[in-house]
Design a protein around this ligand. Structure first.
Ligand code: ADP
Length: 350
C-alpha cells in the first residue's frame, strides 16, 4: 500500500509516533527552519504574555510531516500551558467539540489536526468559541427550543491542515495568524538529523547525514525515519558507524534513489512517460493505469515531483518535464521529444 512506503510523509505506525516523540524539539530554540513563522510567532507569544492573554488562534497549513504538531507542543510549552490534541475527523458530533472546549483551562492550547475534515455541524460550534470564548448549545427542539450560552476559558486554537483550500472562509477568517509551512532545505534537514542522531546515540559522519537529508523530500518526518533505517543497517552490517557508503547501501536496499524517489514515484513517472507519452494526462487516468488511488497520488507522490520540477500541472492534465526525462529517461527507457504536443515537448519510448 502506498501509505506503507518508507517515504510516506504521514506517520506509519503508533510505534513510529512513539519514536518521533523522543525526537521532537521541546523548545522554540530547538525548532529548526521555518524562520519567518518562528519570528512571527515569538513576537505574538511575547506580546500575548505582556498583555496576560492567550496567544491568538493560529492556522498552520502545509504538507504532512513538516512539524505542525511539533509546533503546537512547542507553543504550549513556551506559553506554560497545557496542550489538548484533537483531530477533525474524530470530532464527529458537536458535543465532542463542546466537551473538549469545556475541559480547557485559561491559556490552554487546543490543537485540531486535519481541521478541514471537521464536519460542518461541528464547525458551527467553533465560531463563538473562537470569537467570544463561548459555546451556544441548543436545548430541546421545536417551539421549546432555546439556546444556552456556556462560557469558556480563554484559549488558543491551533488548526492544522494539509489542504488550506478546503477550509471554509468563515473558519479561516477567524484565525489571527495564518502561516504556510514550507519544505526544509538540505542544510536544515542536516541540522535536524545531527540532533536526532545524537539523541539516538548513533555515531554518524556529517557527510552521511547530508546524504540522508538529500533523500528526505524536504520533510523532517521522512528524514528521521530514514535515519532509523540507516542506523539499523549500520548496526547489523557495518559495526554501527553511519558513513556515506552505509547510507547509500541502506537506502538502495530500501528502494530510495539519490533524489529521494522510491518505487511508487518511479512507477508514476513511468506510467505517465510510457502510456501517456509524457502527458498531459488526467490524474484519474494515471491512477487507473497504476491501479492506485488518485487521492494518494495527489497527496504523497505529486507534491514532491512538482517541488523538484519533474512534473507540471497544466490545464489539460499532468505532464513530465524535461528535467524528469533528463534524469530518469535512460533508466526508464524514455526520451524527450521536443516536437510533441504542438511543439510543447513530450516523450516517446526510446
Ligand atoms: P505534522 O504535524 O506537520 O505532520 P509533526 O509535527 O508530527 O508533523 O513532525 C514530524 C516529526 O518531524 C516530529 O516528530 C519531529 O521529530 C520532526 N520535526 C518536524 N519539524 C521539525 C523541526 N522544525 N525541527 C526538528 N524536528 C522536526
Amino acid at each position: 500500500m502506498a501509505t506503507d512506503r518508507i517515504l510516506s510523509s504521514k506517520a506509519r505506525t503508533p510505534e513510529e509516533e512513539q519514536a518521533n516523540v523522543a525526537l521532537r524539539p521541546a523548545a522554540l530554540s530547538e525548532y529548526t527552519g521555518q524562520r519567518e513563522l518562528i519570528e512571527r510567532l515569538s513576537i505574538a507569544m511575547q506580546a500575548a504574555k505582556v498583555r496576560g492573554e492567550p496567544l491568538e488562534h493560529l492556522l498552520l497549513h502545509g504538507p504532512p510531516g513538516l512539524g505542525k504538531t511539533t509546533l503546537a507542543h512547542v507553543v504550549s510549552k513556551e506559553m506554560g500551558t497545557r496542550l489538548v490534541l484533537e483531530s477533525g475527523p474524530a470530532l464527529a458530533r458537536g458535543t465532542d467539540l463542546v466537551a473538549a472546549l469545556r475541559g480547557l483551562s485559561k491559556g490552554d492550547v487546543l490543537f485540531i489536526d486535519e481541521i478541514h475534515r471537521m464536519p460542518v455541524a461541528v464547525e458551527e460550534f467553533i465560531y463563538p468559541a473562537m470569537e467570544d470564548f463561548r459555546v451556544d448549545v441548543r436545548v430541546d427542539s421545536g417551539i421549546h427550543a432555546t439556546t444556552v450560552h456556556l462560557p469558556l476559558q480563554a484559549f488558543t486554537l491551533i488548526g492544522a491542515t494539509t489542504r488550506a483550500g478546503l477550509l471554509s472562509g468563515p473558519l479561516r477568517s477567524r484565525f489571527g495568524l495564518v502561516h504556510h509551512l514550507r519544505y526544509y532545505d538540505e542544510a536544515e534537514l542536516t541540522t535536524i538529523l545531527i540532533r536526532s542522531a545524537s539523541l539516538l546515540r548513533a555515531p554518524a559522519e556529517a557527510a552521511a547525514l547530508t546524504r540522508i537529508a538529500r533523500r528526505s523530500r524536504g520533510t523532517p518526518r521522512i528524514a528521521n525515519r530514514l535515519l532509523r533505517r540507516v542506523r539499523d543497517f549500520a548496526l547489523v552490517r557495518a559495526g554501527g558507524q553511519i558513513t556515506p557508503e552505509v547510507v547509500d547501501a541502506a537506502l538502495t536496499l530500501e528502494g530510495v534513489d539519490d533524489m529521494g524517489l522510491d518505487e511508487l514515484d518511479r512507477s508514476y513517472i513511468k506510467a505517465l512517460g510510457t502510456t501517456y507519452r509524457g502527458g498531459p494526462a488526467g490524474l484519474e487516468t494515471i491512477a487507473a493505469t497504476m491501479n492506485e488511488d488518485p487521492g494518494t497520488l495527489e497527496d504523497v507522490v505529486e507534491p514532491y515531483l512538482l517541488q523538484i520540477g519533474y512534473l507540471a500541472r497544466t490545464r489539460r492534465g499532468r505532464a513530465l518535464t524535461r528535467a524528469a526525462v533528463d534524469k530518469l529517461g535512460a533508466a526508464l527507457g524514455l526520451q524527450y521529444n521536443p516536437e510533441a504536443f504542438g511543439g510543447g515537448g513530450g516523450l516517446f519510448e526510446g
